[in-house]
Ligand binder design. Structure first.
Ligand code: RP5
Length: 172
């Protein structure tokens, strides 16, 4: 905890914002998860990106999740497909908020990913977004971080305002 506070203070003094982890079970998830990375970066949030499989590299995942707070992360976005246990395992290893992105699978179109992720038993939550909903996962992370960061709050409100204006300006 102390290490985390010192690291955060140092980061802030150096103008470094590194707060969100984006992890995926396979490089094959990247085309979906890139939207989370791009969205976070568009808000000036630095992203700790990793591919670590919960079943192919279980020990490495444990190390990554248990050290997440000490490495300066505040929120973790985890994307996986199939028997998508990645987000749930991470949530069991850290008290940081975990947002899960069920990635569309080849055989069941992502329904397997969605149900594996969203049906977390009581006590360890994973905030699950839509199938392939990586952008919304990032926006949810931004809105949580914005609670404590006035500058980020302004950026997020501005993003929402522009989005609304774009819809209303649509001529059909
Ligand atoms: C999961 O299995 C990954 O998250 C990915 O969505 C799915 C398929 O992985 P690959 O066989 O493409 O590596 O672990």
């Amino acid at each position: 905890m102390l290490r985390h506070l010192v690291q955060t203070a140092l980061n802030n003094r150096m103008g470094i914002i590194m707060r969100v982890g984006v992890i995926m079970g396979s490089a094959s998830d990247l085309p979906v998860m890139q939207a989370a990375i791009d969205t976070l970066e568009s808000f000036g949030i630095e992203v700790d990106k990793r591919v670590i499989s919960a079943h192919r590299a279980a020990h490495a995942l444990m190390e990554w999740a248990e050290s997440a707070e000490d490495r300066g992360l505040s929120i973790i976005i985890a994307g996986a497909g199939g028997a998508a246990h990645l987000a749930g395992v991470i949530a069991g290893l850290t008290h940081l908020p975990v947002i899960g992105v069920p990635v569309r699978s080849k055989t069941l179109d992502g329904l397997d990913s969605l149900l594996s992720m969203v049906q977390m038993p009581s006590g360890i939550p994973v905030a699950t977004v839509a199938i392939d909903g990586a952008k919304n996962a990032a926006l949810l992370a931004v809105s949580i971080l914005a609670l404590q960061e006035p500058e980020l709050r302004e950026k997020y409100i501005d993003f929402r305002r522009q989005q609304t204006e774009k819809v209303l300006a649509t001529v059909i």
